[in-house]
Design a protein around this ligand. Structure first.
Ligand code: SF4
Ligand code: SF4
Length: 375
């Protein structure tokens, strides 16, 4: 019997013949649409798939993609990056975070520049590595700059659980876990972006359950299809959205039924609830303050909260983007990366001016990398 390889599991979801067949089906069914279908892909992972596989070129003119706020690195405002830098500058401190965060520019510096200047800043492969670093360095304090959407929150909650139950006393948390549905709500209530369907990220829903999107179709009359990240998944999700629009339906549907349920992972949700609570508001880059759109540590764990314990070193003023950067407009679905005057010139992945060019899931980064596909 031949050995099963990882690629055998996803090859079928990247099959060119299947993608072309779905494109033909979408093209046929889209002829019956009364208005163009403007689909926001909420997640940067989807933007990446769409650009990498050149999906816009396979679709009819009356279907357009609007890139959403879908990357936690992209939506982090500069003052939070300045927090990370201020924490890293404290004596006897090790700052640990996700790799992508290290290159994002803050107002004056970046974690990469601080590391080059001698600060102890370490990228993590998994949040649990922070525990190991804290135990190996008992005479230092370790600050975990935690970032991510609903997908990564359980890993932070698991780390919190380990720190509390093992009574580790030198590991602190700066929590930047943001929530997808309030951001969609903010974009839709603003009314400027003309969006009439959404495709939502499957991995977020594996944890939360697809139910988190349930209010959106009713409130805004827009179909929401939760779909996977392979090109066949995305095309299938688009076909489902086209059908809903054609039939005058606005429903929540799951394309990625191989892992997503309505309820999600209840154990992970309970672990999160044990340590984290909704934050009254959080400033999203380009979008502004959104109520209840992020999490913070529960009051009983304030002694682990770097924002409270080290409040005196943290800047408090909001900081706007570089004046040439239109990341904010892109994140709200009002512009595409090519519309930025410095795209690919003053701003490239090697010297990014804004966060959408830094993150591997940022829209500007995806356009830059796959510009050849766009031709
Ligand atoms: S972190 Fe997950 S949800 Fe966010 S952009 Fe990346 S893949 Fe999408
Ligand atoms: S190309 Fe660079 S400067 Fe322009 S919007 Fe994107 S990240 Fe900002």
């Amino acid at each position: 019997m031949s050995e099963l390889k990882l690629k055998d599991l996803y090859d079928g979801f990247r099959d060119p013949a299947t993608i072309r067949m779905l494109a033909a089906q979408i093209g046929e069914e889209a002829k019956a649409l009364h208005e163009p279908l403007r689909i926001m892909e909420v997640c940067g992972g989807h933007t990446h798939t769409i650009m990498k596989y050149g999906l816009p070129q396979l679709l009819p003119d009356n279907i357009d993609f609007i890139h959403g706020p879908g990357c936690p690195v992209c939506i982090m405002p500069k003052e939070r990056i300045d927090h990370a830098i201020a924490l890293a500058r404290m004596e006897d401190t090790i700052l640990v975070t996700l790799g992508d965060m290290i290159r994002v520019p803050g107002s004056q510096s970046s974690l990469a520049a601080e590391r080059a200047a001698g600060r102890d800043i370490r990228p993590l492969y998994t949040p649990m590595d922070a525990l190991k670093i804290a135990k190996e360095n008992p005479d230092k304090r370790v600050v975990f700059f935690a970032i991510g959407f609903e997908t990564t929150t359980p890993m932070t909650a698991a780390l919190l659980h380990a720190v509390v139950t093992q009574k580790v006393d030198n590991l602190y948390f700066h929590i930047n876990h943001v929530l997808v549905p309030p951001a969609i709500d903010a974009i839709m209530s603003d009314g400027q972006a003309k969006i009439n369907a959404f495709i939502g990220p499957s991995h977020v829903s594996v944890i939360t359950g697809a139910k988190i999107y349930a209010p959106l179709p009713q409130k805004y009359g827009t179909p929401v299809v939760v779909c996977g990240f392979e090109p066949v998944d995305v095309m299938q999700g688009i076909l489902m959205a086209v059908r809903q629009q054609k039939e005058g339906r606005a429903e929540l549907e799951i394309e990625y039924s191989r892992s997503v349920t309505m309820e999600g992972n209840v154990k992970a949700q309970q672990l999160i609830d044990m340590y984290l609570q909704p934050r009254s508001h959080f400033r999203w880059r380009g979008i502004g303050d959104i109520p209840d759109s992020a999490l913070e540590l529960r009051d009983e764990f304030a002694y682990l909260d770097a924002e409270k314990v080290f409040a005196e070193v943290l800047p408090t003023e909001p900081i706007d983007d570089h004046k040439l950067c239109i990341c904010g407009t892109i994140l709200k679905g009002l512009a595409k990366p090519m519309e930025c005057k410095v795209f690919g010139t003053a701003c490239t992945p090697n010297s990014p001016l804004g966060s959408c060019m830094v993150s591997s899931e940022g829209a500007c980064n995806a356009y830059y990398r796959y510009a050849g596909v766009l031709g």
